[in-house]
Ligand binder design. Structure first.
Ligand code: PLP
Length: 263
């Protein structure tokens, strides 16, 4: 039977709702639509938050997560998925069991928000390692997440990033984009590590924290992949898209990312 014609390529975001609209599912839908992609959503948790703090969050029952995935897969022609906040090990396992076999997964291993809230307990990182990282078409950790996943003491220098990237490939991810936004220096350099080598994407480093950049980045990569771009091109275009969104947010012209200079 024919599936629903969405009119544009589909992508599905599996993650948490951010009441402030700056991160999570809301950031993903805004990114999808501004890049011409039909956004499907599977909500894993509801957060009460604004850019400065997460007041509380409530993970959804595993069945709710599983049935949302079943519902979208049944009627939409969707191959590209991204995950964000997964909240706990049970939800991680449910997602890994519910994704279709041919899914191309961009896995953003969300653990701690920029405002400092724990969105995935350290004890649940093992569920990511066991269940979801082996299914990832692309894993997109920041430097801290790369250290948690690999067990390395620190991932900061170029050598450490290369080593962490290789370790994450060994864990089963097909490709890893280690995001350097939380590092030091004038440039925020992201490094794509695949079996065929390394590619660097250099961007400007901003002297302030912007809520939701990780979500928008992984949603933008997923959008470009769903639109038919190759992985390197998708990462390069997404990096440019994020820079533009941050610049526009700073000058009050973005409806994707809000920048709070005092944060
Ligand atoms: N809240 C939700 C629901 C998220 O998915 C994320 C990141 O994925 C965050 C908060 C944290 O975003 P940031 O670290 O950019 O503040």
């Amino acid at each position: 039977m024919n599936k629903v014609h969405a009119g544009s390529p589909c992508a599905c975001s599996i993650g948490g709702s951010d009441s402030g609209g700056g991160a999570g599912i809301q950031a993903d839908i805004k990114t999808f639509s501004s890049l011409g992609v039909w956004g499907l959503t599977v909500i894993t948790a509801v957060t009460a938050q604004n850019p400065k703090k997460v007041l509380a969050y409530w993970p959804l029952p595993h069945d709710a997560v599983r049935m949302q995935i079943e519902a979208v897969v049944e009627e939409y022609d969707v191959k590209y998925f991204k995950t964000g906040m997964l909240a706990n090990g049970g939800i991680i396992k449910t997602v890994s069991e519910s994704l279709p076999n041919d899914a191309r997964l961009v896995l953003d291993p969300v653990m701690i928000s920029t405002s400092g809230a724990t969105l995935l307990d350290k004890n649940d990182v093992s569920a990511l390692l066991e269940n979801l990282i082996p299914l990832a078409y692309l894993l997109t950790p920041n430097l801290n997440e790369a250290a948690y996943i690999t067990g390395m003491d620190s991932v900061k220098t170029r050598e450490e990033i290369e080593k962490a990237g290789q370790l994450m490939l060994d864990l089963g991810a097909k490709a890893v984009l280690v995001k350097g936004g939380h590092g030091e220096g004038n440039y925020a350099t992201d490094i794509l590590v695949t079996d065929s080598g390394l590619t660097e994407f250099r961007g400007r480093r901003y002297p302030f924290e912007v809520h939701g950049t990780g979500c928008c980045m992984s949603a933008a990569i997923t959008s470009f992949l769903a639109s038919g771009l190759k992985l390197q091109e998708a990462c390069a275009n997404a990096k440019k898209f994020i820079e533009t969104a941050i610049n526009q947010g700073f000058s009050g012209k973005s409806n994707i990312m809000s920048v709070n200079p005092s944060f």
